[in-house]
Design a protein around this ligand. Structure first.
Ligand code: GAP
Length: 549
């Protein structure tokens, strides 16, 4: 992962945000190549899901034909939206602070394990008492080693005594530990036990103020998901665009979450981009559509070059399901910053039932004592959060029925997908240079649709008319709308390696023969095969090769 992060900075894929001021944790900037790459990810998604979708023909695995349309809604919405969606009451993480190190942690991200060291005790914070067993904690990736180091430190022992530590139980996470036991807990990086505060809820929505008065009444939230912009416009879209069930409304855009511990490069950021589909269907057809989208979205990553052994489709257990969800599956990728066998979420595909439309119509829903979803009431019998009161039902003019559609939601992260494509693309191999000597090569094997630069053009030498001819070829490729680079610096092998490192699929070289017979070589990044083609065929050849993948 360190090599990938270094390459991203060195070649201008991803930079730390506000780096010259020391950076802003949880925010990232995309450089010139990262911008092209992420745009290709977004464009591929929109093209494959919406623009190229043929609403007249049912895809083979789909229950029927369907329509797809897009919307672009604002980052800030009416505060009532978040009350009805559940984000106001429920969108929080539990966090704890350490009084000793002044650090803040997400409770479920602290690993912990109880330990003793025969006859030795550990000081407790703020009391005279000592403890003969403590719970040590870690937020490090290599948490097992970190727990051992912390245990030795807590008991004041040198490394050589590690095998005399007496561990009790398995490694767990602190959210599973009773708060009564916190007096025994040595916080990550702390030296004494009992320095953690009691856990507190922390709402992840980012607050902002609208207007000049700046009172609390003017508080609003930056959207934590793009989905709600779709739900509140459901009626507008139905009334204005003549869509008929089943159909999907899609949106690509920024979302914001005040993550307590942003981490793992862009994987968990505070500002990120989502690519969401809310697919509306008849309730009695929703199970079939759930299966369709779950499989369709998994296949999308495979089609763009993610290998099957690093990508899983994982169904949620009942206790993992969000409050509204009837079923959810995650598409997860084996990111290199995770332990062997662990996967990180790229996308969730959720069956949301009619939760969102009904909440926005009637008031926020919650499960009642019988386990059914019903409008949540205050003690006075009034809705806890009132809905819009607008009729959001759909009239099916074939079945002559009025009902609330059910929703299947494939919700993907554009930054996480981009990071997965970067991790997947990274390869190291050895290739001979001009003198036949083997050289290390880093090659980003991006799928050609995603590659930030599609072709590079090189004049072999800077004279004999080659730069002029190369500029002509470069101009023709640019005029065809292809992202290209022109490079006349250094030995040709070095130029190839520079392009391999950013994943350019095709390199075109103008050489002595070009000046004789108007042909160039085109070299393939992965097969390394070089073919001679005529100058006038270059654009068609490159677009043809790109179009055939
Ligand atoms: N509307 C449903 C929804 O927002 P989610 O699982 O919370 O569901 C969907 O988010 C996707 O958005 C995730 O699978 C992930 O790809 C992306 N995402 C969520 N939080 C993120 C974060 N803090 N940083 C980067 N991407 C994030």
């Amino acid at each position: 992962m360190e090599k990938i992060v270094a390459l991203c900075k060195r070649r201008g894929f991803i930079f730390q945000n506000s780096e010259i001021y020391g950076g802003q944790n949880g925010f990232w900037d995309y450089g010139p190549l990262g911008t092209e790459l992420k745009r290709n990810v977004r464009d591929s998604w929109y093209h494959d899901m919406v623009a190229a979708h043929n609403e007249l023909v049912a895809p083979e695995s789909a229950p029927s034909k369907y329509q797809m349309v897009g919307v672009e809604t604002s980052l800030i919405m009416h505060p009532q939206v978040w009350k009805c969606s559940g984000h106001y009451d429920l969108f929080h993480d539990m966090m704890v602070d350490c009084r000793e190190t002044k650090s803040r942690f997400r409770l479920d991200q602290i690993r912990c394990r109880t330990v003793r060291f025969e006859g030795e005790t550990v000081k407790q914070d703020g009391t005279e008492a000592t403890l003969d067993r403590v719970m040590v904690t870690s937020t490090a990736e290599d948490f097992e080693q970190d727990l051992t180091d912390q245990a030795l430190k807590a008991f004041g022992k040198k490394k050589k005594y590690a095998d005399r530590l007496q561990w009790e139980g398995d490694v767990s996470t602190l959210d599973k530990v009773d708060v009564e036991q916190f007096a025994n807990v040595v916080a990550p990086g702390a030296t004494k036990a009992g320095t953690l505060t009691a856990p507190r809820e922390f709402n992840l929505m980012m607050k902002t103020i609208i207007g000049a008065l700046g009172t609390d009444d003017d508080a609003a939230f930056l959207r934590p998901e793009t989905a709600q912009g779709i739900f509140v416009n459901f009626k507008n879209v139905v009334d204005s665009s003549r869509v008929k069930l089943p159909f999907g409304i899609c949106q690509v855009g920024k979302s914001f979450r005040n993550e307590i511990t942003p981490r793992n490069f862009t994987f968990r950021s505070r500002e990120f981009e989502q690519m969401e589909i809310e697919f509306f269907c008849r309730p009695d057809e929703s199970a079939g559509w759930y299966k369709y989208w779950r499989d369709r979205r998994y296949q999308w990553y495979l089609d763009l070059g993610v290998s099957q052994d690093r990508l899983i489709l994982r169904d949620h257990h009942a206790e993992e399901l969000a409050h509204y969800s009837v079923g959810t599956a995650d598409i997860e990728y084996a990111f290199p910053f995770l332990d062997e066998g662990e996967f990180g979420e790229l996308e969730g595909v959720a069956h949301r039932g009619d939760f969102d439309l009904r909440s926005h119509m009637e008031g926020k829903l919650a499960r009642n004592a019988d386990g059914d979803l019903a409008v949540e009431l205050n003690d006075d019998g009034k809705p806890k959060h009132r809905g819009s009161g607008k009729d959001l039902t759909y009239f099916d003019d074939q079945a002559k029925e009025r009902f609330l559609p059910h929703v299947i939601e494939p919700s993907a992260g554009a930054d996480r997908a981009t990071l997965a494509f970067i991790c997947e693309a990274y390869h190291e191999d050895q290739q001979p240079d001009e003198k036949g000597k083997m050289q290390e090569r880093v090659v980003m094997q991006f799928h050609p649709r995603l590659a930030p630069v599609k072709a590079a053009v090189f004049p072999l030498i800077k004279k004999e008319g080659m730069p002029e001819k190369a500029a002509e070829v470069f101009g023709a490729l640019k005029a065809a709308g292809l992202s290209c680079q022109y490079d006349q610096q250094g030995a040709i092998g070095r130029r190839y390696r520079r392009q391999d490192e950013i994943g350019t699929p095709y390199c075109i070289t103008i050489d002595g023969d070009t000046m004789q017979d108007d042909t160039v070589t085109i070299r393939d990044r992965d097969s390394l095969e070089q073919t001679r083609i005529s100058v006038q065929d270059v654009v068609a050849e490159v677009t043809g090769r790109l179009g055939s993948v």
